[in-house]
Design a protein around this ligand. Structure first.
Ligand code: TTP
Ligand code: MG
Length: 393
């Protein structure tokens, strides 16, 4: 029999708002809305997040700030401080890596941890959850909510149930009973449309979904049907994906003589793609984002990137995407000095073991996180691609 896993899902409470309340005692206990950017003028932009006090007024993430203003005129509105949140995020992820190297970040304040291998060091799942919460509280004076289960799906739902400062433990044999009464809106991965469809089919709870005939679900919902059915019964084998220790892979070529020869430019791109593809496979990782760098003879440098919905490691895919990026930005006839091809958003293959206490390994994935935060704050992909280094070129 397969070993029972212990999966934690940790999610910080009202993350940005909680940091602001920690640093500004006058904000505590107040409806605090993070996201008002004064540079955009009063009431412009969207809400990043808000304190639980503000949520009582109906304010939530991604809501236009002027709408929040109408719902909660007495609120305190502050602009986000990305650099600060990024620091705190790193510090929290450092805590996660104290307990296991199998950490899959989902966002700046949220991750899955597979702590199955850490039991002898730190105690059982609930013990570890308590310790992690306590460490975060001591280190950053912030609260996190944790779900403990034997799979990702259940852990994720569990962490959300008793927010803020929650701890919900679901024993493996209790997963189906735990899920059954929950509303279908808890179905992770089912969008509003699918939920509507399920309701129309008479499926209102996860229990209804678990009790439905998987063949019927397949007819109605396609391949997603049986998948939802399994998840609703608490069956979810997906592993926790460690982020790769490597941040990016890239290769560049500077022409001996600046060139506008289209065939030469394409051949060069193809060769660079081959190199990068080869390095990807050699490192046993898969990539999600593709970067193109194009420097003209006057040193004007363009960078373009594209993120795919799925990871890949084949050269053909890379070439195809690089071709699109190149076609989208190269002005025919202009002299080119340098071309570069890169990939980022790297993921290691499942089961790749890193040493638990190799902090070097444990820290590197945090670079990826920083990218994620930059993305959130609209730092153009252009800047990220600009910084692409070739680790061993
Ligand atoms: P969440 O974990 O979704 O939200 P939260 O931590 O603020 O609140 P909760 O207690 O419900 O977990 O997101 C983490 C941070 O990411 C959040 O503090 C702000 C940022 N964020 C945005 O900038 N825009 C968004 O649309 C969302 C959902 C989050
Ligand atoms: Mg959160």
């Amino acid at each position: 029999m397969k070993k029972q896993r212990i999966i934690l899902h940790v999610d910080m409470d009202a993350f940005f708002a909680a940091i602001e309340q920690r640093d500004h005692p006058e904000y505590r206990g107040q409806p605090l809305i993070v996201g008002a950017d004064p540079r955009q003028g009063r009431g412009r932009g969207v809400v990043s997040t808000c304190s639980y006090e503000a949520r009582a007024f109906g304010v939530h993430s991604a809501m236009p700030v002027n709408q929040a203003w109408r719902l909660c005129p007495q609120g305190i509105y502050v602009p986000p401080n990305g650099a600060l949140y990024s620091r705190v995020s790193r510090s929290i992820f450092d805590v996660f890596y104290e307990f296991t190297d199998a950490v899959e970040p989902l966002s700046v304040d949220e991750a899955f941890l597979d702590v199955t291998g850490s039991v002898r060091l730190f105690g059982d799942g609930p013990d570890m959850a308590r310790r992690i919460k306590q460490r975060i509280r001591e280190k950053e004076q912030l609260t996190a909510s944790v779900g403990v289960a034997s799979c990702k799906f259940v852990a994720k739902i569990a962490s959300d149930l008793e927010k803020p400062d929650g701890l919900v433990v679901v024993p493996p044999e209790g997963a189906a009973d735990f899920l059954a009464p929950l509303d279908i809106s808890r179905m992770w991965g089912a969008g509003a449309k699918t939920q509507q469809k399920l309701r129309a089919m008479g499926i209102k709870t996860l229990g209804d979904l678990a009790a439905a005939d998987p063949e019927w679900l397949k007819r109605k919902l396609g391949v997603a049907g049986p998948r939802f059915h399994r998840l609703a019964r608490g069956i979810d084998e997906r592993p926790v994906h460690r982020v790769s220790g490597m941040k990016s892979i890239s290769n560049e070529h500077t022409f001996d003589q600046d060139t506008a020869d289209a065939a030469l430019l394409r051949r060069t791109l193809a060769r660079l793609c081959e190199k990068v593809g080869h390095r990807l496979r050699k490192a046993d990782v898969r990539a999600r984002t593709i970067h193109l760098k194009l420097r003209y003879d006057d040193f004007n440098t363009l960078t373009r990137s594209h993120t795919l919905p799925r990871t890949f490691n084949d050269t053909a895919r890379l070439m195809e995407e690089i071709g699109h990026l190149f076609d989208g930005c190269y002005r025919t006839g202009r002299l080119v000095r340098l071309l570069g091809v890169g990939v980022s958003g790297l993921e290691s293959r499942d089961g790749q073991q890193l040493n638990l206490f190799e902090t070097e390994n444990a820290r590197k994935p945090l670079d990826d996180l920083e990218d994620m935060i930059k993305n959130r704050f609209g730092d153009h992909a252009i800047h990220r691609a600009d910084g692409l280094e070739s680790p061993d070129d």
